[in-house]
Design a binder for this molecule. Structure first.
Ligand SMILES: Cc1cc2nc3c(=O)[nH]c(=O)nc-3n(C[C@H](O)[C@H](O)[C@H](O)COP(=O)(O)OP(=O)(O)OC[C@H]3O[C@@H](n4cnc5c(N)ncnc54)[C@H](O)[C@@H]3O)c2cc1C
Length: 435
């Protein structure tokens, strides 16, 4: 038997463990605060991350602190919520115990909201050398890599080497890849030539590769087509039906072409990791866990999976829901309603996804919006995008900060966050210790 997670009292009523404080987990913990349940929230980080704006951190448009929210601040004065930094290691469904990097704990309800990770589709070299963008830390690494490579490009007279430092290859033409490509193209247009007047930016190319037949293929044909045109207008080399085969950190290998680049940004897909202790037959494609319409895992009493990690079939979504924030938020809201219904011995409500629409921004005044009632492009879509993202951010201060930042960037055609900040290890590296 491992040691129990420290300083969590025995619950007066029932204990709900929420693993993962992303969109689903945070919504659950907030809705369950100030209830009779004891809520234990466990996350690898001590903050919630707003993933839709990662690309702006990666391209020096926003500070990481503007889109990351400390759990302890969110749950100040919520006496029934206990937060711990820890990593889920395994689950024992028989004993109703989870084991984590900081100890083990018994649950009445276990809510797994661990999201998804970058999928490199088994390409080992790509996994080793490319950069994913699934955490705030990774977004900062992209920012540091891009800026460092421009500094290095200045120090070489070898044209090919310089091209490798300047070229940026993005793989994956979904919203993340499209938004990254657009933001980097705007940096090239408005910011970088001013910062690096000694460099010849005709040597820099931004590539966007997509294996499917078009970018934003999950959106309407209208939006897919418009975004493709916007990217071209910004000078991005867009290649569809193109798959990256290998990458050694210096050269990107396609089927019959090689591109020199020290920066490969991988936004091609996600998968969820299997959890030790849970039976193999519960997993569907992409490592998602099969759940019923109440987010319950069949045969595992008290275990529910929500958000990106869950695979639920609905009449309209026979191959599972899209892995987007709204699904996670709506599943969390439905679970909380059902919890109240379980207690009153009322039948639970089936989850039904309400699609509120999809948005993607490519650059200033260039965006696409598929709303349930209408499709928009250009400035109107861009304003909708700004409004929706601003309203989704936690906290009035962050909202105001982001708004001012965007307004400043818009007026000055500049991003002010181009600092290369690197931690300097002075004492023994304690990063392998828990917490
Ligand atoms: C770059 C990017 C841009 C996106 N843009 C959009 C967008 O514009 N609109 C949209 O709707 N969706 C967007 N998405 C998708 C959206 O962010 C996800 O669908 C959503 O975050 C899923 O919520 P979740 O709660 O399931 O998981 P997440 O929000 O990913 O949260 C998972 C949490 O679990 C924690 N965790 C994971 N494993 C463990 C473990 N073993 N132990 C402890 N903690 C763990 C993580 O630290 C994290 O806090 C984007 C995603 C990315 C990566």
């Amino acid at each position: 038997m491992g040691q129990k997670i420290g300083n969590i009292p025995e619950p007066k009523y029932k204990r709900i463990i929420v693993v993962g404080g992303g969109f689903a987990g945070l919504k659950l913990a907030r809705e369950l605060s100030n209830t009779k349940y004891q809520v234990v929230l466990i996350d690898k980080n001590n903050f919630h991350q707003f993933q839709p704006l990662f690309y702006q951190v990666a391209t020096a448009g926003l500070e990481p602190s503007a889109i990351s929210f400390p759990f302890r601040k969110i749950f100040q004065n919520k006496k029934n919520v206990h937060f711990r930094i820890g990593k889920l290691k395994s689950v024992d469904p028989e004993e109703k115990i989870i084991r984590t990097s900081i100890g083990q704990l018994k649950y009445n309800y276990l809510l797994l909201c661990t999201g998804a990770n970058t999928n490199y589709f088994g390409l080992k070299n790509v996994e080793e050398n490319a950069l994913g963008m699934k955490t705030t830390g990774e977004a900062l690494t992209i920012r540091n890599t891009i800026l460092s490579n421009f500094e290095r490009a200045l120090n070489t007279n070898n044209e090919n080497e310089q091209k490798a430092y300047l070229n940026i290859v993005i793989v994956g033409g979904g919203p993340t890849g499209v938004e990254l490509a657009g933001a980097i193209a705007e940096m090239k247009k408005y910011v970088l030539p001013k910062d690096y007047p000694e460099l010849d930016f005709n040597r820099m190319k931004i590539y966007l590769f997509e294996a499917a037949s078009d970018v934003l293929s999950t959106m309407s044909g209208f939006s897919s087509d418009k975004s493709h045109r916007y990217l071209k207008k910004l000078g991005v080399v867009v290649r569809t039906k193109t798959a990256v085969k290998d990458y050694d950190g210096c050269t990107v290998y396609l089927e019959s072409e090689e591109i020199p680049s020290k920066t490969l940004l991988w936004a091609a897909g996600v998968h969820s990791k299997k959890i030790k202790g849970l039976p193999d037959e519960i997993y569907a494609n992409g490592g998602r866990i099969k759940v019923d319409r109440f987010n319950h895992v069949d045969g595992l009493e008290g275990i529910f999976v929500l958000g990106d990690a869950a695979y639920m079939e609905e009449e309209k979504y026979p191959r599972g829901h899209p892995q987007v924030a709204q699904v996670a938020l709506q599943q969390a809201a439905n679970f909380v309603k059902n919890l109240r219904r379980f207690e009153k011995r009322k039948p639970p409500l089936k989850f039904k996804y309400r699609d509120l629409g999809s948005l993607a921004t490519i650059g200033r005044n260039l965006a696409v919006a598929d709303l349930p009632f209408m499709k928009f492009k250009g400035t109107v879509a861009w304003v909708i995008w700004l409004f929706v993202h601003l309203m989704s951010i936690l906290g009035v201060k962050n909202r105001l900060f982001i708004f001012l930042n965007w307004a400043w960037n818009y007026m000055t055609f500049d991003q002010t966050l181009r600092l290369l900040l690197k931690p300097i290890p002075k004492v023994k590296d304690r990063s392998k210790e828990p917490v």
